[in-house]
Design a protein around this ligand. Structure first.
Ligand code: NAP
Length: 157
């Protein structure tokens, strides 16, 4: 990837589903900055260790997977209260934390609602309540099948 960047074939280098251990490891040998880390990231799967590390290392974060937890009761309650959808509430939580999002849907109505998360804000109380949903679990898929260290990192939380 570094060779590709130096040859102008890509602008930035990113990694995906990297636990902190892997981010530390790559920091030891990289010669180009890591621009972005993409992983499952939403109120129910916050990976705060990755968030902390990325913030300090100036690596931007992209979160995926809000759609798979859109049925979370608290997201529904907040959505009902502020006249939004649960999906929007979950995406807005990430946006307010400076996390990039990349939702995907095959439904036009959801594509539209997923775009409309920049014209409202969650208040501190709702943000705190959503912060409290974090559980040491991966909802989207179990990366420990591919990366055993990832499950170890999660269990430490
Ligand atoms: N790096 C990685 O390992 C990794 C892993 C997974 C995904 N990704 C990337 O992340 C992006 C999103 O992935 P994804 O589509 O699987 O996850 P997602 O955006 O969380 O969507 C998951 C499912 O939730 C539904 N959904 C979407 N918006 C919704 C909403 N507002 N309310 C309720 N349900 C909603 C969609 O189903 P419907 O089509 O029925 O609406 C979708 O299939 C993609 O670009 C994907 O390539 C990367």
């Amino acid at each position: 990837m570094e060779r590709a960047k130096r040859r102008g074939l890509c602008r930035h280098i990113g990694v995906s589903n990297y636990p902190v251990e892997f981010m530390k490891e790559i920091d030891e040998y990289k010669t180009e900055p890591i621009y972005n880390e993409q992983q499952e990231l939403h109120p129910l799967a916050q990976s705060r260790d990755v968030q902390d590390y990325a913030r300090k290392a100036k690596v931007s974060l992209t979160g995926y997977g809000t759609g798979v937890v859109a049925s979370a009761p608290l997201a529904k309650d907040i959505a009902h209260k502020i006249n939004r959808t649960p999906g929007q509430v979950l995406l807005r939580w990430a946006v307010q934390k400076g996390i990039h999002v990349n939702p995907k849907s095959n439904q036009v109505s959801r594509l539209k609602e997923n775009l409309e998360v920049l014209d409202f804000a969650l208040d501190d109380e709702d943000m705190s309540a959503l912060d409290g949903l974090d559980v040491p679990k991966i909802f989207y898929w179990n990366t420990s099948v591919l990366v055993p260290q990832a499950s170890a990192a999660k269990e430490e939380l």
